[in-house]
Design a protein around this ligand. Structure first.
Ligand code: VL7
Length: 135
């Protein structure tokens, strides 16, 4: 029985987000706005189904998926790429691979205490975000 990521999580730290945006070819003006955003994750986990909303004052992004089933992801409003995306459990960590134009792209989510961690990676760049649970 895997752990439950469901809840609302508020960003506390966002390390190396600038380099992550650069490697995704996000333009300078967008990066200047995005770097200052506080992102909120709203996660709904229901058995093997997962919805992850990333919310901000500038743009929102949402995916819905079934664990273990590859799906077509279009990163609309982000880098606008088409990906073949697959999310699986690796112990209590959610591990995502995003196959597409960019090599070694994906992310990992895990929980430590009351903190939600997210590692976003692409090529040789890793962005580490930490969120705290909203009461
Ligand atoms: C999604 C953005 C940079 C464009 C706008 C920034 C708006 C708020 O993939 C992600 O999350 C996964 C795991 O939780 C679930 O989809 C991260 C945000 C990263 C990448 C691109 C900058 C423009 C930020 C949507």
């Amino acid at each position: 029985m895997p752990i439950d990521f469901s809840g609302t999580w508020v960003m506390e730290t966002n390390d190396n987000f600038e380099d992550y945006m650069k490697i995704l070819n996000i333009d300078l003006v967008t990066r200047k706005i995005a770097i200052h955003l506080s992102q909120t994750k709203v996660i709904i986990q229901d058995a093997d189904k997962l919805t992850i909303k990333t919310l901000s004052t500038f743009r929102n992004y949402e995916i819905s998926l079934t664990i273990g089933e590859e799906f077509d992801e279009y990163t609309k409003g982000l880098d606008n790429r088409m990906l073949k995306t697959l999310v699986n459990w690796q112990g209590d960590t959610l591990v995502c691979t995003q196959k597409g134009e960019k090599a070694n792209r994906g992310w990992k989510h895990w929980i430590e205490g009351d903190k939600l961690h997210l590692e976003l990676y692409c090529e040789d760049v890793v962005c580490h975000q930490v969120f705290r649970r909203k009461q």
